[in-house]
Design a protein around this ligand. Sequence first.
Ligand code: NAP
Length: 326
Amino acid sequence: MQDTLTLVDGARLPRVGLGTWKIDADLLETLVPDAVSAGYRHLDCACDYGNEEAVGRGIRAAIQTGACRREELWVTSKLWNTFHRPEHVRAAAERSLRDLELEYLDLYLIHFPISLRFVTPETRYPPGWFFDPAASHPRMETEPVPIRDTWQAMEELVSSGLVRNLGVCNFGCSLIRDLLSYAHIRPAVLQVELHPYLTQEKLLRYCEQEQITVTAFSPLGAPSYIPLGMSRPEESVLADPVVAEIAQRCDRSPGQVVLRWALQRGTAVIPKTSQRERLAENISLIDFELTSDEMQAIGALDRQRRFNDPGDFCEAAFNTFFPIYE
Ligand SMILES: NC(=O)c1ccc[n+]([C@@H]2O[C@H](COP(=O)([O-])OP(=O)(O)OC[C@H]3O[C@@H](n4cnc5c(N)ncnc54)[C@H](OP(=O)(O)O)[C@@H]3O)[C@@H](O)[C@H]2O)c1
């Protein structure tokens, strides 16, 4: 198995990246060079994670020590929901570039098909979900911006050399189909939640048909969401007897089995860890292979359990009912 996936325009996306959501800035600054030393060449970042400056310092350190060159890294960032108006797109990308200390992004994704009212960077950065967190009843406030307008502004980032590839997150088939009807630059990547409890077979098949490469976020399932109260330990696929049994047979950890399953499905994965010792574990995936029976057994665990669902968390955490998948 190659360690990269070839995108529609020929660019090569490293199959395994480091997810950076919820990693403390202090830690991230040294974790990034450690990840590069462990073999990571793909970093998944976002304005909303509030830690892009720390990633930038980490990248600088890795390059300065000679661990890698900029051209060998694949750095993804994401346009936040409050910056969908075309006039805000370039400034949002430039802010991520400045924080990451980069001249270009390898991939820029629309973070959610959700457009929220603009918040100036002077007011708050990252802006988050609330328009005014200090209000007596803080809520999300939407701003009606067609995705077509946002996409056209993203395409200009490519023409001006700030971004090499474009993509989207958290889109379903209908939104992608609509986007393809007007896009001059096709989305090269779709990033969505994917793990054995949410296998999304039809979405994957549709993306293959349209030559859109898929990156699996939250590839380990529940653990990311337990501390947020969005999942319970009993929902962990890593403790599932089917996964545990395969892990024992392959002499690998349950995490490695689940990540390898995702790679063999043809997706990229971006596991997050704040634990240095897990960096190597999560990228050591190419020296073993799951049989087709094992692939099927893991795929059969699907229970359509989406942990990261705005239809649930926006109401629970941001006082606003905001379904997007229904
Ligand atoms: N586009 C989007 O809307 C979106 C949404 C969510 C996530 N993402 C991206 O996807 C990345 C990955 O998703 P995620 O962070 O939600 O979840 P994840 O990577 O599936 O899981 C991370 C959780 O699993 C634990 N973990 C890591 N490696 C492990 C292993 N080998 N065995 C057992 N537990 C392990 C981590 O704990 P420790 O840190 O203690 O190791 C953490 O609690 C994010 O960091 C972010 O970059 C994108």
